[in-house]
Design a protein around this ligand. Structure first.
Ligand SMILES: [Fe+2]
Length: 331
């Protein structure tokens, strides 16, 4: 049995008051799912077969595609504006809201929508589930009020699969482009370390036809950024994260990084709960397959693998805060 969606905990953490009034998410009116025209593979970006084999697929990044109707984009914009007073900054992103799914029913329902989940899984060829860490759902970036700052620096994501959805129309502002590097993250790291800028001819700026359009990416493999605005305006994007539906697939989480972005009373709790869920799904698959076998070493190994995974997660949690926040700068 493949894993099923892990819903949010019954009670939200402290500091995430629910919105008093907001629109209700209506999939039939708010979604407008259209397939992207092009997909760039990890191979095309220059990754080798060994690294690709360690990923859930060769999928890299799509051209933009429609996800929300005009009405859906307008409703999401309303929700994002209601959440804007809760925006905080990190060392990488000047103005963002994370954990909005605890505050907005609309955002939670959109981010959990099974129609979107199935659709995205078909596009990238990887059966998915909405992310089991609530702060990886419905991450909202707002343009910095200081025009000299980028929305987000060059970086790779702390999770595997996500989409970046334009909530506002890019045509209504100057600047604010979403861009990715046509190359590997190792090339970017080397250039950053050498103090060199990324070669302009390898920076791709996907055309975004309007509000409600998105790109889907294997975000931990595709180096990307969001540029600042050149004139005052409103730029809002929403990023929703997914995990492979196959819980046996090696988990990818950068808890060391998440711990810098999210409040201490939430980050470790969400990660511990996620690890418990993965461990439970792996044990459940073991229970369901039947246990009668003479191969006692294989049985032992199966248990050890789960114990090892949980032990690693526990160790990550113990070491929280030891590592620096990573990014590749503004160049
Ligand atoms: Fe990102």
């Amino acid at each position: 049995m493949p894993a099923a969606l892990l819903d949010l905990p019954a009670l939200p953490p402290e500091g995430y008051p629910p919105l008093a009034r907001e629109p209700a998410f209506e999939p039939a009116r708010h979604l407008a799912l259209e397939r992207p025209e092009r997909i760039v593979t990890l191979g095309e970006l220059g990754y080798g077969s060994e690294e690709i084999a360690a990923c859930p697929g060769d999928f890299g990044i799509t051209s933009s595609f429609r996800l929300l109707s005009a009405e859906g984009a307008a409703a999401l914009l309303e929700v994002c504006r209601l959440l804007a007073p809760y925006a905080t900054s990190s060392g990488r992103i000047p103005r963002k809201v994370r954990g909005g799914v605890y505050q907005s029913r609309f955002l939670r329902d959109l981010c959990h929508a099974p129609e979107v989940n199935e659709f995205l899984g078909e596009i990238c060829g990887i059966p998915l589930l909405p992310h089991s860490i609530p702060h990886h759902l419905g991450h909202i970036n707002y343009n910095p009020l200081d025009l000299s700052q980028n929305v987000d620096k060059w970086h790779v994501d702390t999770l595997r699969i996500d989409y970046v959805l334009f909530v506002t129309d890019p045509a209504s502002i100057r600047g604010g482009e979403f861009q990715y590097f046509h190359g590997t993250k190792h090339e970017v790291a080397a250039l950053h370390q050498a103090g060199a800028k990324l070669p302009l001819e390898r920076i791709v700026t996907p055309a975004i036809p309007g509000a409600g359009y998105a790109v889907l990416q294997q975000g931990n493999m595709v180096t990307h950024r969001a540029k600042g605005l050149q004139a005052a305006g409103e730029r809002i994007t929403m990023v929703n994260g997914y995990v492979p539906r196959n819980a046996e697939f090696p988990d990818y989480n950068r808890f060391d990084q998440i711990y810098h972005a999210d409040p201490a009373h939430v980050a470790a709790s969400e990660y511990a709960r996620h690890a418990a869920w993965i461990g439970r799904e792996r044990l459940q698959a073991f229970i369901d397959q039947g246990i009668y076998s003479e191969d006692r070493l294989a049985l032992a190994e199966r248990l050890e693998r789960v114990a090892q995974y949980l032990g690693q997660a526990a160790s990550d949690i113990r070491k929280a805060g030891e590592k620096q926040l990573e990014h590749f700068g503004d160049g």
